[in-house]
Unconditional design. Structure first.
Length: 205
């Protein structure tokens, strides 16, 4: 009978859990950026710092993979998961940066729906990362992320319809569309991460 040997050291799991905390921080900063009284320069600065911290965690994961003989699960899955998490943070940071750079005076209220989805996805992903160690109780996570992604898609289509309704100036439409697409990209990236976790769980079961 074949079996798999897995290392007992927990550094990989700790790093993925650390990344989950970065995502929660990033989503909260994104929500703060949308508030009417936000100091956008300060929020954008803190978001850049959060994104840099997430990059450092990504690099630590990759370094650990390259220096570890036996990994807790397949190397390509570790790379894929780390890359997917990094993509989420990049997309959220992009949205914050665009709001600052484009100097958008008024953001559609509908954007708060997208950000709420991102905050919930961040919380769920942060909760799921430590469970990679046991691969237990993960199915509810990827099912709920999929549901949230569908909710985000519906909201995205409504926002686009609003943008092209004629109540916005053409230049504002272009600016807002870029921001909305960054938010949508982040939500899609959460689903990609959930799919990767599902694939890992199936392999390890």
């Amino acid at each position: 009978m074949g079996f798999r040997f897995r290392p007992v050291e927990s550094s990989f799991y700790d790093l993925f859990s650390e990344f989950g905390a970065h995502l929660v921080s990033g989503a909260d900063l994104l929500a703060e950026m949308l508030s009417d009284d936000a100091d956008r320069e300060d929020v954008a600065r803190r978001m850049r710092e959060a994104e840099h911290a997430a990059d450092e965690t990504t690099h630590a994961i990759i370094k650990r993979v390259n220096s570890t003989f036996v990994t807790p699960f397949d190397r390509e899955d570790i790379y894929s998961l780390a890359s997917g998490l990094d993509d989420i943070m990049d997309m959220m940071e992009e949205a914050v940066d665009l709001i600052l750079l484009y100097q958008v005076e008024s953001l559609p209220s509908e954007l708060s729906n997208q950000v709420e989805v991102l905050q919930r996805c961040s919380e769920l992903t942060a909760e799921a990362m430590p469970r990679l160690k046991s691969m237990a109780d993960l199915e509810d996570y990827w099912i709920e992320i999929n549901r949230l992604e569908n909710t985000g898609d519906k909201s995205y289509r409504r926002i686009l319809a609003s943008l092209f309704s004629g109540k916005y100036e053409a230049i504002e439409v272009l600016k807002l569309k870029d921001i909305v697409e960054s938010l949508e990209g982040a939500i899609d990236a959460f689903e990609k991460v959930a799919n990767t976790v599902e694939q890992i769980a199936v392999k390890e079961s």
